[in-house]
Design a protein. Structure first.
Ligand code: HEM
Length: 344
């Protein structure tokens, strides 16, 4: 009987999502609340069950090729979703190019010369437009690509709520003010995350995204040569790690030289990021202050995730769902872009 009820509920929900997704995807309510709840039009994992059942397969097949060709691409795509969600919500605003009506977020300080992966998103979108025209939003593609990239590098899988729609606007100033800079104090990081409805647990777990990918010399140079305004290196840096970093990141020049955020396994999603922080080998100030910033619960979380990879994976997945739920456009809001780089 219980099974029958569950099955029936699922069918009703699926049919509703199908019929509604044709005209106004997302016309279905979980009764979600608050800034991260999506108002009365909620997101749900089966959103494309009938309107584009192959959506995730298409995303994964493009990702597999792209990541095999360049392993760093997984990291770049994970970061794109983060930079999307922190600026007016997860609405693919980060993908919009400059145009007569758009001032692109791509030129903001955190994004310029830095975020990448747009060609991979374009390829996914082209394939999805062939398979199911104007059904799958660019914002959902970003969320699916972030999950897929995590899974393909060895990280956790999560049930991903879908049904985001795409914005018709971007916010350059939002990108400049809402994305935390790499030299943030722990207090600043907490404030930036709180603004998005995310707490300290989310902050520490999501920072674990730095278990893959790289950063440019310019983002950590200050630590090597002039921490705290004196001509001294950051004293929390382990000595041999510090010497290695100096060789890729000279005092003058070399700003675009790159170093892995997790040098022990830069293309593997694991918990070594936290182990490195404990041993003075975290790369960015924003990474090390999670442990050195004197906020007891953050320090404790770094220790726990370093000790227990399963615990980190579990919380990372939970916090990714939470981040992915920041202010989505649903129901009648926004649109489904045909090309992720421009409004229809
Ligand atoms: C806590 C605040 C955060 C700060 C201050 C921060 C800062 C940065 C910086 C400065 C870089 C290097 C950019 C460059 O050199 O061009 C970077 C890279 C990266 N970030 Fe973060 N980040 C934060 C949170 C996150 C979150 C929440 C995620 C995802 C869940 C994430 C995922 C990544 C990834 C995967 C890369 C490597 C990208 C690549 O190799 O292309 N970061 N981050």
């Amino acid at each position: 009987m219980a099974l029958l009820k569950v099955t029936f509920g699922f069918i009703v929900m699926s049919v509703l999502s199908f019929t509604s997704s044709l005209a106004y995807p997302g016309f279905f309510s979980w009764g979600g609340t608050g800034p991260a709840g999506g108002g009365s039009f909620g997101l749900f994992p089966e959103f494309y069950q009938f309107s584009c059942p192959q959506a995730n397969e298409v995303v994964m097949s493009v990702l597999k090729k792209a990541i095999a060709k360049e392993p760093r691409m997984a990291a770049s795509l994970l970061r794109l979703h983060f930079h999307d969600c922190f600026v007016q919500g997860c609405d693919a605003s980060v993908l919009l190019d400059d145009s007569a009506t758009i001032v692109s977020e791509k030129n903001s300080a955190p994004n310029r010369n830095s975020i990448r992966g747009f060609e991979v998103i374009d390829e996914i979108k082209t394939k999805l437009e062939e398979a199911c025209p104007q059904i799958v939003s660019c914002a959902d593609i970003l969320a699916l690509a972030a999950r897929g990239s995590t899974v393909l590098t060895g990280g956790p899988y999560w049930e991903l709520p879908l049904g985001r729609r795409d914005s018709r606007a971007a916010s350059l100033s939002g990108a400049n003010t809402n994305i935390p800079p790499p030299n943030s104090t722990i207090q600043n990081l907490i404030t930036f995350f709180k603004r998005q409805g995310l707490n300290k647990v989310d902050l520490v777990a999501l920072s674990g995204g730095h278990t893959i990918g790289v950063a440019r010399c310019v983002t950590f140079k200050q630590r090597l040569y002039s921490q705290n305004g004196q001509n001294q290196p950051d004293e929390t840096l382990e000595k041999t790690y510090y010497l290695g970093l100096k060789s890729v990141c000279p005092r003058s020049g070399g700003d675009d030289n790159i170093s892995p955020l997790d040098f022990s396994s830069p293309v593997k999603f694991d918990n070594s990021y936290f182990k490195l922080i404990l041993s003075g080998k975290g790369l960015l100030i924003s990474d090390v202050v999670l442990f050195t910033g004197n906020i007891g619960d953050a320090m404790e979380l770094v220790r726990s995730y370093a000790e227990d990879e399963g615990l980190f994976f579990h919380q990372f997945a939970k916090s990714m769902v939470k981040m992915g739920n920041i202010n989505p456009l649903t129901g009648f809001d926004g649109e489904i872009r045909k090309n992720c780089r421009r409004v229809n």
